[in-house]
Write a protein that binds this ligand. Structure first.
Ligand code: ADP
Length: 477
């Protein structure tokens, strides 16, 4: 139900370290940049706040300074910040930028080393800015460890305008927890003693921001239903499963969406031949174009298997082995990351240049071409909070072969793809074989699966509805 129907609409402030298109490192930026727009379209009164990084082009995005020299008491210091404002592109969603040059004048979003002090100050300054901007939220929606201490600050504040604000904490990746020496707490005017949960957490000597967010927010969610269950187990819980279990009844799973306008084979400007569910036969022309570009033998009948990913431990790259050369198909890899994985994929291309193409770079154009040209898309992830690659692939009629974990388990079924459970080379090999067998032996079934994929709704609408339910729950707490 849209919020329009509620007389007294809650005001929501979303606070994030990354918001696309202003500053992006990963999926968090996509969520914080797209979800508020979908929520606003459904009648939510929502605004966003993020740090003003040195890399943000004020002119290009038409930022206006709306407040100068706001004094923020932080520990023993008084730090002055400015507040800037613009709207999220193609929307009416207002976004505030907290301008604290001491912490954010640099181009990098995440400085090397410890970022806890920077983002704790951002969290504090965002709260102080609510005293001077014309927006008094009922709910603050925090994302990942960077803004995880907002609920704690709210709990001990004496500032009247920060009273009675409810909080939602969204976990995008449980592995990146933000650990810091408790000394950092003074930046947020917090102390280990002032909060019960903090003293418990500080027993190992460090403050874990993720733990604080999970324990202190009024409600918690992560980005798929399966991942919400997984992080309560020892295999995925990274030692924090007991803490997660404490919040079991307040923990929800809401799948991310994708930008279905950008990821759209009907109007994708990066691909050679546009196509739709009705003209799926044209997809093959993209395969020929990509084979030519990457110097693979040009053959529209041979299945092309794509992989676009950060090359990180999470992604299960070691399950791709020399044995894959036995398959009658071609492989295209695109990614950057840990050297050992880059070397592993480069070695395959070196050994079998007519079958494997490895591209070590970050390139959106090539990524789109791979999604559009491939017949099969691989995601053998060790864990995957939600995963965007499989959704993008399906939107382009490319069949995913995935490990059934997190969001992959929730978005891929046997009508749309192939999945395996055990994290093993053999299982992955067998599952890819199964997919190739259907490709070669049962084209009718293959075509039907492609259709099923392309008919799925991966827009933000579904997620927005679920978030509205949580906001309503919070509002009524
Ligand atoms: P994660 O957020 O863990 O990196 P996701 O599957 O949620 O994984 O999202 C990854 C996104 O980044 C996808 O849209 C994928 O296409 C894109 N991506 C990853 N690596 C590259 C690359 N080297 N070049 C272009 N796009 C990439």
């Amino acid at each position: 139900m849209a919020l329009k129907k509620i007389k007294n609409k809650p005001k929501i402030l979303m606070v994030s370290a990354e918001v696309a298109p202003f500053a992006k490192v990963g999926g968090l930026a996509d969520v914080a940049g797209s979800l508020p727009i979908a929520l606003k379209k459904r009648g939510c009164n929502i605004r966003v706040a993020m740090p003003l990084y040195g890399s943000i082009d004020k002119k290009k995005y038409k930022l206006k300074k709306i407040y100068s020299d706001l004094e923020v008491p932080s520990g023993m210091m008084m730090i002055k910040v400015n507040i800037w404002q613009t709207i999220l592109p193609n929307s009416k969603v207002i976004i505030y930028f907290i301008d604290a040059p001491e912490y954010f004048k640099y181009k990098e979003i995440y400085a090397s080393g410890d970022n806890s002090e920077r983002f704790l100050f951002f969290s504090l300054a965002t709260l102080y800015s609510l005293g001077v901007i014309k927006f008094k939220p009922d709910i603050i929606h925090c994302h990942d460890s960077h803004t995880a201490l907002i609920p704690d600050i709210l709990k001990i504040t004496n500032l009247q305008y920060l009273k009675n604000i409810k909080t939602l904490y969204t976990i995008h990746n449980f592995k990146y927890q933000g650990k810091a020496n408790p000394i950092v707490l003074s930046t947020g005017n917090l102390t280990v003693e002032s909060l019960k949960v903090l003293s418990k957490d500080a027993q190992d000597g460090d403050i874990n921001f993720m733990v604080q967010g999970v324990l202190s927010a009024d409600l918690v969610n992560t980005v798929s239903k399966t991942y919400a269950k997984e992080i309560a187990t020892s295999f995925y819980g990274a030692g924090l499963e007991k803490i997660i279990r404490k919040r079991k009844k307040d923990l929800f799973g809401i799948e991310n969406g994708i930008d279905v306008n950008f990821f759209n084979p009907v109007k994708d400007k990066f691909i050679k031949q546009k196509y739709s569910i009705k003209t799926l036969n044209k997809k093959q022309e993209n395969k020929i174009a990509l084979q030519k570009k990457l110097k693979l033998p040009q053959d529209k009948n041979i299945p092309l298997v794509g992989f676009v990913s950060r090359l990180a431990w999470q992604k299960g790259i070691e399950l791709i082995t020399n044995r894959f050369s036995r398959f009658n198909c071609q492989f295209v890899f695109l990614g950057t990351g840990q050297k050992e994985y880059e070397d592993q994929l480069l070695a395959l291309a070196k050994k079998y240049p007519n079958q494997f193409s490895t591209n070590i770079k970050f390139n959106v154009e090539l990524a789109q071409q791979i999604y559009a040209s491939s017949d099969i898309f691989l995601m053998p992830s060790r864990y995957e909070p939600c995963g965007l690659g499989q959704m993008i692939a399906m939107r382009y009629g490319t069949i995913p072969v995935v490990r059934a974990t997190g969001g992959l388990a929730d978005t891929v079924d046997d009508k749309t793809g192939f999945s395996f459970n055990k994290f093993s080379k053999q299982e992955f090999f067998n599952t890819l074989k199964q997919a190739l067998d259907v490709y070669y032996d049962n084209p009718k079934k293959w075509y039907k699966m492609q259709e099923n994929c392309m008919k799925k709704d991966f827009s933000w609408n579904k997620s927005a509805k679920e978030y509205i339910k949580l906001y309503k729950k919070l509002f009524n707490l």
